[in-house]
Design a protein around this ligand. Structure first.
Ligand code: FES
Length: 99
């Protein structure tokens, strides 16, 4: 599956393996989205605007999805957010280095 990261007018489309979160997939492409908790879903430092597409949020205690984007604000913690299908677009902050 694929997702697109946008920053400062640039876009980069990356592949996402089953079970990967947005932040994990980004990290494999040398794009850092993690916040201070390092991906434990606590700090919200990795929260980004989900411009389109549907993501599901993982419960870190169970490892199971517990919420889909439809039920949450358009910002999602990327360390616990998994794309449900192709077409997810994530707006990253202006300073994010995509390539
Ligand atoms: S890195 Fe802290 S909530 Fe995602």
């Amino acid at each position: 599956m694929f997702l697109t990261l946008r920053s400062a007018g640039q876009e980069k489309t990356i592949d996402v393996q089953d079970g990967q979160t947005i932040a994990e997939a980004a990290r494999l492409h040398d794009i850092q989205l993690y916040g201070s908790c390092g991906g434990h879903g606590i700090c919200a430092g990795c929260s980004r605007y989900i411009a389109s597409g549907i993501v599901q949020l993982l419960n870190r205690k169970t490892g199971l999805p517990y919420q889909q984007r439809d039920d949450v604000a358009p910002y999602a913690k990327t360390c616990i957010a998994q794309p449900v299908a192709d077409g997810v677009v994530v707006e990253t902050e202006r300073s994010a280095r995509l390539w």
